[in-house]
Design a protein around this ligand. Structure first.
Ligand SMILES: NC(=O)c1ccc[n+]([C@@H]2O[C@H](COP(=O)([O-])OP(=O)(O)OC[C@H]3O[C@@H](n4cnc5c(N)ncnc54)[C@H](O)[C@@H]3O)[C@@H](O)[C@H]2O)c1
Length: 314
């Protein structure tokens, strides 16, 4: 019986991956989250809680879904010290993991990235312990989610934005990534390459662009704009001019590409995941206000942060 590990399993990407693995495999899925941002499994898992033992919650009649609420840093630090930690501490007979998906992170939107950069930089401590642990325990395959924030910001200025290619991240010739979030992700990509080359770990990096989907936290633009349109906000406030665009990609597509990429890539290389189409915030407001059946006046908040600029070539 295979067992997969999902860190940050109660966050947006994590809970979608937990459900995907549960629905498409017969494997066990252990997921960890400290609920600092994530939501408790009972609110989204759609399976009954059948047992609670030694700090593990088991969901579903076959108990294939196993949840531990803890700080993932402590969890991996203990596992790195003692490979039998899960058995002795939680009573789970796990020797090693098949696929490990590392979604535990401090993310947040533009307000957090620009407003509290040293809070976001705590990602470095989560990732440092994670990368150390994978080189001790050597799970079969590892997924590290990077981000478009790893790209040099000088390629994404208002007047000089270019369509970003995988090769625009070149460790031999680097620009500056987007704040501490981008530095963390770029560091993670660098560590992934070392994990593969120095320790023989099968590891894949993904850079999802702007993920969206049902059940996403309201701090993200798509659900926030959808909600405000449903409430018929008028005038409709937008940060900056609203002409800045993002490559929005649905979470189901992110998961499809992630799983495919893990089959094809094992040397730490990163693959971009986007829809390939640039959508401005003004267009997003138009889509949702049309759904809501009204035409609001747009009010630009020019003193708010807008992040990087983008163009896409198709
Ligand atoms: N959502 C996107 O569009 C997107 C785009 C690019 C990259 N990513 C990356 O994917 C990953 C997941 O993103 P997300 O959107 O699901 O974020 P999220 O904030 O919804 O999920 C992160 C989860 O990690 C948990 N967490 C944080 N610190 C923890 C700790 N110390 N121990 C245990 N759990 C902890 C949080 O409670 C939360 O549930 C992140 O690495 C993010 O950078 C996401």
């Amino acid at each position: 019986m295979k067992i997969h590990l999902v860190s940050g399993g109660c966050g947006f990407v994590g809970r979608n991956m937990v459900k995907r693995l549960f629905n498409t495999t017969k494997d066990n899925i252990l997921f960890i989250d400290d609920l600092s941002v994530g939501t408790h499994p009972t609110t989204w898992i759609n399976q009954p809680l059948v047992e609670e033992k030694n700090g593990v919650q088991f969901y579903g009649s076959e108990k294939r879904l196993q949840y531990i609420e803890t700080d993932f840093r402590e969890f991996v630090m203990e596992m790195a010290k003692d490979a039998s930690y899960i058995k002795t501490n939680y009573g789970l007979a796990i020797e090693n993991f098949s696929d490990v998906f590392h979604f535990a992170a401090i993310v947040g939107g533009r307000a957090k990235i620009d407003g509290d950069p040293l809070m976001v930089a705590r990602d470095l401590s989560i990732d440092a312990e994670f990368f150390y642990w994978i080189t001790r325990q050597k799970p079969a395959r590892v997924l590290y989610p990077s981000s478009s924030a790893a790209y040099p910001i000088n390629l994404q200025t208002e007047s000089g934005a270019i369509a970003l290619k995988e090769s625009d991240i070149d460790f031999n010739d680097m620009g500056q990534p987007d704040m501490t979030y981008g530095w963390t992700k770029l560091t993670g990509e660098f560590l992934a390459k070392i994990a593969a080359s120095h320790y023989g770990i099968h590891i894949t990096c993904i850079r999802p662009f702007s993920g969206y989907g049902e059940d996403q936290d309201l701090t993200y633009p798509t659900p926030a704009i959808a909600r405000r349109a449903a409430l018929k906000e008028d005038p409709f406030e937008v940060w900056g001019t609203g002409k800045q665009g993002r490559d929005f990609v649905h979470i189901d597509d992110v998961l499809d590409v992630t799983l495919l990429a893990m089959d094809k890539i094992g040397d730490g290389m990163a693959i971009n995941i986007g829809h390939g189409k640039l959508t401005s915030f003004l267009e997003l407001i138009e889509v949702f206000s049309e759904f809501a059946g009204y035409q609001p006046t747009v009010k630009q908040l020019l003193d708010k942060p807008v992040g990087v600029h983008a163009v896409i070539l198709i």
